[in-house]
Design a protein around this ligand. Structure first.
Ligand code: 13P
Length: 260
């Protein structure tokens, strides 16, 4: 795959003012990057409108961290596809492990959201990953296959070409996360590719597979050089423009020198 997808999930960390400052710094950096890099930022809902204004003339894609599957209804506290369409976002992140863990989201809910996202013109960024118990019981592959087959059920081959998948092992995410071995990541990505190929045949080749979970300045090159990894989904290590810039600059150099 020619494109390299690099993005950051801000989770619940930045005020709109902080987000705008970050974006002001990121825009000039983004202008220096190879066209092979697809860059995206996923802020909190409250920052989407002002950030969309700042990003309108840029190559940085904007994403939302979640979405309901209905366009309207009695769902207090939820945000609908229609509301996000009004803003004009590109990506909607679905099924992050923190949403599964703290808000009981399950694969069937995520499947409804994936359909809603595609019908609304967004690229769903579907997050999957096994937890530590599943890994220890050696059922990572079974868990991931179940997640993929349920979350992406009923998606046509054409629609599949708009989907992004992020493999984020739950045990690797966040402050207490243990960084995954790049060889393990590559092995799992290969497996995910096989499941996607079984589901969507040749259309699956256009689905980027991103890796996320404790990606940082010292390990990102190992992951991006691992076979079957098409991008990185970064939390903490991209929460300052400086650290994100360091990663982006090195990636760009690697592309310029044909190392990637
Ligand atoms: P960390 O990079 O902070 O582990 O978070 C990754 C993540 O959850 C991306 O969605």
């Amino acid at each position: 795959m020619n494109k390299i997808w690099i993005g950051t999930n801000w989770k619940m960390t930045k005020s709109t003012e902080e987000g705008l400052t970050y974006i002001e710094n990121l825009i000039p950096i983004s202008e220096q990057l190879s066209s092979r890099i697809e860059l995206f930022v996923i802020p909190s809902f409250t920052s989407l409108i002002p950030l969309q204004d700042s990003l309108a003339q840029t190559r940085i894609h904007l994403g939302a961290q979640n979405m309901h599957w209905e366009n309207e209804g009695a769902y207090t506290g939820e945000i609908s596809p229609k509301m996000l369409q009004e803003i004009g976002i590109d990506i909607v992140e679905l099924g992050h492990s923190e949403r599964r863990q703290y808000y009981n989201e399950n694969d069937q809910d995520i499947n409804k959201k994936v359909h809603a996202a595609l019908n609304s013109g967004f690229s769903p960024l579907v997050c999957i990953g096994e937890n530590i118990e599943q890994k220890n019981f050696a059922i990572s592959r079974e868990t991931l296959a179940m997640q993929l087959k349920t979350c992406l059920k009923g998606i046509s081959k054409d629609q599949a070409e708009k989907v992004l998948v992020a493999y984020e092992p739950v045990w690797a995410i966040g402050e207490k996360g243990v960084p995954a071995d790049p060889a393990y990541v590559s092995y799992i990505h290969h497996f995910i590719r096989e499941v996607l190929e079984e589901m969507f045949e040749e259309s699956s080749f256009n689905i980027p597979l991103l890796f996320g979970g404790s990606v940082n300045q010292s390990n990102f090159l190992d992951y991006i050089h691992s076979p079957h990894v098409n991008g990185l989904f970064i939390g903490r290590a991209a929460w300052t423009t400086q650290s994100f810039e360091n990663i982006l600059t090195v990636l760009n150099e690697q592309i310029t020198h044909n190392y990637l």
